[in-house]
Design a protein. Structure first.
Length: 285
């Protein structure tokens, strides 16, 4: 198996609110990117050209801030059918949804989702909001993912989308989750950048079920943000966040990471081996 990009946004852009879509349209390849949404085979060719074996397609429900509804789960379910060995579907369930745990189970078993995304700054809740008993659906989501062996990807760090509540992106809020659900694989998307990188590293070092993910961090800043990267290499996974504003080209982003002064063993773990632990290959049909 080759490299896995653990954080790519192939999402139903037509659902986005105008003010959110305006940020996406600033990307120089915005029109090209949109063409991929109806042509997964063309997207697979893009992965080939970039030197990527697999891509984790991160979708989530955030109607108030971004505009995505539960149709995003249907979109990613259908998109990955082009090659479910290379394309990994990640979807979302809002904790306010009735029987949230049962919905996670349905999405995993019937839709084939292989991960659940939580975006606290866009979904407007803290990742530990279940602790006081007020957001019981959130506990159901974590417990069901733990039971099914499905990772939860939690956005940590800031967001510039209009209306985002960035206080919910603090990584330390995930500590309760790691303690209460010790068999749940938790991925700290974006590593808490640009304010809380040390907290993300702390959680990764403290908990064996927590992984730090590098998406949206410029490769030139990766070792500046995470000087202890070699020490935590057993639980770091690569991600780009393409087509985010700072990620112009998938292949160039990967080449820049490969060019960093890291040990070959570290690169092998971050790019190849650790993603296989978090997102294992599908069981043979």
């Amino acid at each position: 198996m080759g490299v896995t990009d653990c954080h790519i946004h192939v999402n139903p852009l037509w659902e986005m609110r105008p003010e959110a879509r305006a940020l996406i349209d600033t990307h120089p390849d915005a029109r090209t990117f949109e063409s991929f949404l109806n042509d997964p085979k063309a997207f697979l060719k893009l992965l080939d050209a970039a030197g990527l074996e697999r891509a984790v397609l991160v979708n989530y429900v955030a109607p108030q801030i971004i505009g995505y509804t539960e149709k995003a789960n249907e979109f990613v379910r259908d998109f990955v059918k082009a090659d479910p060995d290379r394309l990994i579907a990640v979807g979302s369930v809002l904790p306010t949804r009735p029987k949230a745990g049962a919905e996670v189970r349905r999405l995993v078993r019937r839709f084939g989702l292989r991960g659940i995304k939580l975006h606290p700054p866009h979904q407007l809740f803290a990742p530990n909001a279940y602790v006081d008993g007020k957001l019981k659906g959130l506990r159901e989501i974590y417990a069901t993912c733990e039971e099914l062996g499905i990772p939860v990807i939690v956005h940590t760090g800031t967001s510039v989308f209009p209306g985002a509540r960035n206080r919910y992106g603090q990584p330390l809020l995930v500590e309760d989750v790691a303690i209460d659900f010790p068999r749940l694989t938790i991925v700290l998307a974006h590593g808490g950048r640009p304010l809380w990188m040390e907290e993300a590293v702390f959680l990764t070092r403290r908990f064996s079920n927590v992984y730090l993910e590098t998406s949206s961090i410029p490769p030139s800043k990766l070792l500046e943000y995470f000087p202890a990267l070699e020490k935590i290499r057993d639980r770091v996974v690569y991600g780009s966040d393409w087509p985010g504003p700072g990620v112009r080209d998938l292949g160039a982003h990967l080449r820049a990471v490969r060019a960093l002064p890291l040990q070959p063993e570290t690169l092998e773990k971050i790019l190849v081996r650790n993603p296989l632990k978090v997102f294992p290959p599908r069981d043979p049909v």
